[in-house]
Design a protein around this ligand. Structure first.
Ligand code: FES
Length: 75
């Protein structure tokens, strides 16, 4: 899906760069890493949401190691 029509950036482009070793965490950093810059700015909120969702998915509870109640100090 095209997220930024000015730069023809897709959600996949954004997810890939966020998951890359450079790991940009702001819209400005994503534009810079993808070799472009914001023009009209209409995409920034969507871009920010995709960044947040991608970063949250990296640390989703499903991927975290399971802990026993003893480790969590819960009865
Ligand atoms: S739609 Fe992204 S800068 Fe215009």
């Amino acid at each position: 899906m095209i997220v930024c029509s000015c730069n023809v950036l897709t959600d996949t482009n954004i997810k890939d760069i966020v998951n890359s070793g450079t790991c940009p965490r702001t819209p400005g950093a994503v534009y810079k890493c993808l070799g472009c810059s914001p023009s009209c700015g209409r995409c920034i909120a969507t871009l920010r949401n995709i960044i947040n969702e991608t970063l949250a998915a990296e640390t989703s509870p499903a991927e975290m190691p399971c802990r026993t109640s003893r480790e969590l100090n819960v009865a």
